[in-house]
Unconditional design. Sequence first.
Length: 160
Amino acid sequence: MQTQIASPTVTHSTFVLERTFPTTLERVFDAFADPAKKSRWFADHESIETEEYRMDFKVGGTEYKRFRATTGLFAGTIFENHTVYHDIVEPSRIVFSYSMSMNGARFSTCLSTFEFLPAEEGTQLIFTEQAAFFEHADGEENRKQGWTHLLDGLAAELNR
């Protein structure tokens, strides 16, 4: 009898995104730490309807976002993001893990790090994500696009 090996069910990926914002480290960090500010750039978007958002920004704290896509291929689909904060060093670092699900089925789990460094132009943000994508996951390129869109929202928040 020959044993058949199943194809991999997890795809691993690591990527880095960098941005420079023309403002102080403290102001960029605060856009992550203040629930009202983070909600504006992270939870409120024209292509989604946020059904629930809560945040407890501390080591061991959690963040939860439940939203419905309102446009495109996934219109009507319910997504959830469950986050746990593992390390917070104000104003220089935030490390967290998060899992995402679609209609109740988990499709990825990630370890993410935001680093905030002084730069001549203000603050350099370095975002590193180590992802495990499961069956029916969005994959690295879509995840990069998603985070790029969120960082655009952060830029808009910082320009308020």
